[in-house]
Design a protein around this ligand. Structure first.
Ligand code: DP6
Length: 369
């Protein structure tokens, strides 16, 4: 019997993946770029155990047994075992049991499948002693998962080959390159999302005319944000991030029938960020939204307290004492000009905040034989 426990990070894209070239291989229509978040606050944790006494593969997610027949899960298992066979000439006998849990709300737009599949594939690669790039395997679990196999700032190259072998993740810069970049997840709602990203993006690719314009503009945006990351140029990074999120949700609106992930709370967060930047001068915080209502705010460490004071003003928290989790932060008094313009709007609209920052790739926590 051999057992491996690993943890894997969440990533939140700043240039989004939306639309597939190949539904089965999960290759994207465009390159995307993301930031891997610290596992100290958000992580998937997976234990994989291989034993000759197990008659079949099994999986439990957050304590509930799920069907192992899931084609994406099967693709990951098959690919890791095929690599083990090629690298070692044989694979150990027996089946695997997989136990995985997240420490954050599943399917609320928080990229839980990305952390989960990246962690699973990393753990399986250790269990079967498989070396080499594993992003193409994680990609077959969930597209965005391929970016969670690396830390820091990550680009997923769409690739050109029809078999998807060049559709891989690569690191733009490690986490240590920009430790001052912090992240706040503003939880607008704990509910499961209504239109899953998989079906949402295929509907957009089939029906949205604006999608063509998005794809034409993306190469320039990808180049610009890579430069912004390399130069730690927050104002450029922030504007490109917000524009890309806005465009993603515009093509969702242009999808037929339309898809709406952002709620009134999400839009009020957008307005709060722009008002905060305008009144304090310069680019101090930016937002991005995935396929759900929660906002991901990227901002320099020094802005975390003042920005949260502004958010608390617009969305008075039900219980201020336990509103922010993760890294600790002091909320200062809101400057008068901000307090005057930012009036309380939606009490309890932001149910909670997770304060985190850029982080590393998957970690091996424990290995026993
Ligand atoms: C909005 O990776 O969840 O978060 O490949 O079908 O599993 P599948 O989709 P998924 O889509 C993520 C979409 C997004 C943008 C992004 O992370 O780039």
């Amino acid at each position: 019997m051999k057992s491996v426990t690993c943890s894997g990070p969440v990533n939140i894209a700043v240039i989004k993946y939306w639309g597939k070239k190949d539904e089965k291989l999960i290759t994207p229509l465009n390159d995307s770029i993301s930031v891997t978040l610290s596992q100290d606050e958000l992580r998937a944790k997976t234990t994989v155990t291989l034993s000759e006494t197990y008659a079949e593969d099994k999986i439990w997610l957050n304590g509930i047994e799920e069907p192992i027949s899931n084609p994406r899960l099967q693709a990951c298992l098959r690919e890791i075992r095929a690599r083990a066979q090629t690298q070692h000439g044989s694979i150990p006998a027996g089946c695997v049991q997989i136990v995985s849990e997240n420490n954050f709300p599943t399917a609320a737009g928080l990229a839980s499948s990305a952390a989960g599949y990246a962690c699973l594939v990393f753990a399986l690669s250790r269990l079967y002693d498989v070396s080499g790039d594993i992003s193409a395997v994680a990609r077959q679990g969930s597209g965005s998962a391929c970016r969670s196999v690396l830390g820091g700032f990550v680009r997923w190259r769409a690739g050109e080959r029809p078999d998807g072998t060049d559709s891989l993740a690569e690191q733009v810069a490690p986490a240590s390159h920009w430790p001052d970049l912090h992240c706040l997840i503003l939880i607008a709602c704990h509910d499961r999302k209504k239109v899953a990203s998989t079906s949402g993006m295929s509907r957009t690719a089939e029906t949205s005319e604006l999608m063509r314009a998005r794809l034409e503009g993306l190469p320039a945006r990808l180049t610009a944000i890579t430069t912004a990351i390399e130069q730690r140029d927050f104002p450029a990074f922030a504007e490109l991030t917000m524009r890309d999120s806005n465009q993603l949700h515009a093509v969702c609106q242009d999808t037929y029938p339309p898809i709406r992930y952002m709620t009134d709370v999400s839009h009020a967060v957008v307005e709060t960020v722009h008002t905060y930047n305008r009144l304090l001068g310069g680019m101090r915080a930016c937002y991005t939204f995935d396929a759900g209502p929660n906002a991901c705010i990227y901002l320099p460490a020094a802005e975390v307290g003042p920005f949260l004071a502004a958010v608390a003003r617009v969305f008075p928290p039900p219980d201020p004492a336990c509103w922010v989790t993760g890294r600790s932060v002091e909320l200062p008094q809101l400057p008068e000009e901000l307090a005057a313009e930012l009036q309380p709007r939606i009490p309890g609209g932001v149910q909670g905040v997770i304060h985190t920052a850029v982080g590393d790739g998957p970690r091996l926590l424990e290995q026993t034989e």
